[in-house]
Design a protein around this ligand. Structure first.
Ligand code: NAP
Length: 267
């Protein structure tokens, strides 16, 4: 039931029709008895600045930001927290007193789900989520990062950025897309690709897939990782719950009902 008091949050991206965040966040608001609602908001790249101003004008309490706006939206925040600044990527907007505060919960959602210290990471993709995850993994102690992207210039730009932040670390661009023969102990897919595993995975690897299927079915990478008996397999739904719980807490100041959020995704 929406009322005149209902607080609004949403997700801006293109596309957003596949997103399970509305289902997950609305279940969380209901479980905590909050008169809040979460709506999908499709926004094309040309309209991003107007859309952020619109959220403020319409009295939204905040929003999530998804593909392809995570890096571009930084320019439209009044303030960006230290993690998001380091990542160069924002997935959570909190709007207070007409000011837009940007933060990033994607990186922690990954680093809290796997072992990071001393790991050698292969990162597939070089967009906003990849930036956030790469920074967080390096800050959590990963010893090397190899970035592979369909668009090599984007991988080079991410690697250049990471090298300025992490002078002592081994960071390089893979020489092919999709990459082959990269000696990694962690594989992270930060592209929307769900139908191909992109790489051959091995049992000693930890595998994280940010992509997920709206019907909850396994992506090709997760299926390959489970079949290979990989050391850890973290699917996109688990990452969604973890990053969404952190966003929920930033908006509401209330502890997120993580089990409710996880259950909402399997309904
Ligand atoms: P983004 O900034 O637009 O970056 C997308 C990345 O994927 C770019 O490197 C892009 O390469 C690559 N890519 C897109 N389509 C591709 C294709 N067909 N073949 C090869 N590479 C392709 O988007 P993002 O915000 O980083 O998000 C990336 C994905 O992660 C999205 O699917 C998003 O939903 C997912 N994600 C999920 C969670 C979660 O909670 N589960 C959290 C964050 C992100 P080009 O530069 O060549 O286009």
């Amino acid at each position: 039931m929406l009322t005149g008091e209902t607080r609004l949050v949403g997700i801006i991206g293109d596309p957003v029709s596949h997103s399970l965040s509305p289902r997950m966040q609305n279940a969380a608001f209901a479980a905590r008895g909050l008169d809040w609602t979460y709506v999908p908001l499709p926004v094309e790249a040309d309209s991003l600045e107007t859309a952020v101003a619109g959220l403020v004008a319409l009295g939204f309490a905040g929003a999530n930001v998804t593909i392809p706006h995570k890096t571009a939206v930084v320019a439209y925040c009044d303030e960006v927290d230290a993690v998001a600044q380091r990542a160069g990527s924002v997935n959570t907007l909190v709007i207070r007193d007409g000011r837009v505060l940007g933060s990033s919960t994607d990186g922690l959602a990954v680093t809290e789900a796997i072992e990071c210290r001393g790991e050698r990471v292969l990162l597939l993709g070089a967009g906003g989520a990849a930036q956030a995850v790469a920074t967080a993994l390096a800050d959590a102690g990963a010893s090397s990062l190899t970035v592979s992207s369909r668009t090599p210039e984007r991988a080079h730009a991410l690697v250049a950025r990471l090298k300025t932040l992490l002078a002592e670390r081994e960071i390089e661009v893979a020489d092919a897309w999709p990459p082959a023969g990269v000696d990694a102990t962690v594989v992270v897919n930060a592209t929307p690709i769900r139908d191909s595993p992109l790489v051959a995975v091995k049992p000693e690897q930890q595998v994280v897939d940010l992509a997920y299927r709206p019907d909850g079915g396994e992506t090709a990478l997760v299926e390959a990782a489970r079949n290979a008996g990989c050391r850890a397999v973290v699917d996109g739904l688990e990452v969604l719950v973890r990053q969404g719980a952190a966003s929920f807490e930033r908006w509401t100041g209330v502890q997120a009902p993580v089990d409710v959020m996880r259950a909402a995704l399997s309904e």
